[in-house]
Unconditional design. Structure first.
Length: 230
């Protein structure tokens, strides 16, 4: 256990900070994913074919290509795009996008594609009588959304959103290729430094399982809260 000691003699503090980084990236990515889902879910449900095409293209492409490829595209392509825009204004130096921003945004886009499908399915699962009752009561669009659609959508979407969270949490391990020091990257560095890869990769697995276990406990409480009365 000396390898996990805090201070100069072990890797405990480094792995602790890496765990915090993993949590920060995962939460940020989920927030970004919800933002994308908020945009594309109405497009998926729209009767306009062009809007449907935009949303379907987004979800199909993102869910159809490997997550690592998406990260590479944004990590290398993002810097190239920023440098191109900067060159228009006369700036010719190399610009590197922050690894945290790149990782969180790329994973957030992946999370958003899955969250879009989850919210679409949840909204379509709401009984049509609920909407008819809202119209009879004279509720406006905002009242219908916040009092009828949103509460039931959350209840129906939570089980599948828990799966999206698990995917997002595990996908954070892929951003180690950008140099961001999260659990996987720190385990790789520690394994190489101590020449004990089995120990550190096994401990990384324990950390991911612990985060998953705690996440499921929290999600189960949310499910119980939003399912009261059903």
């Amino acid at each position: 256990m000396e390898l996990l000691a805090f201070g100069d003699t072990g890797w405990g503090d480094e792995l602790f900070n890496a765990t915090l980084m993993t949590i920060a990236v995962a939460i940020t990515a989920m927030v970004i994913g919800f933002f994308f889902a908020l945009i594309f879910t109405p497009l998926k449900l729209s009767k306009n074919r062009f809007l449907n095409l935009i949303a379907n293209t987004y979800t199909t492409i993102i869910r159809g290509v490997p997550e690592l490829l998406v990260i590479y595209l944004f990590f290398f392509g993002g810097s190239a795009a920023v440098m191109f825009v900067a060159s228009i204004f006369g700036y010719g130096e190399y610009i590197e996008i922050n690894a945290f921003i790149t990782g969180a945004f790329s994973i957030g886009i992946i999370s958003g594609a899955y969250s879009t499908e989850v919210f679409r399915g949840a909204i379509q699962s709401i009984d049509k009588g609920q909407f008819e009752a809202a119209n009879v009561l004279g509720l406006g669009k905002f009242g219908k959304f916040f009092k009828i659609i949103l509460p039931q959508t959350l209840r129906l979407a939570l089980p599948n959103l828990s799966n999206v969270w698990q995917i997002t949490l595990k996908d954070t391990s892929l951003i180690s290729v950008t140099g961001l020091v999260e659990i996987m990257r720190q385990s790789y560095v520690a394994a190489g430094s101590t020449r004990d890869p089995l120990f550190f990769y096994s401990f990384a697995a324990v950390l991911y399982l612990l985060l998953t276990f705690l996440s499921m406990k929290l999600i189960n409480r949310l499910e119980a809260k939003y399912s009261r009365g059903y």
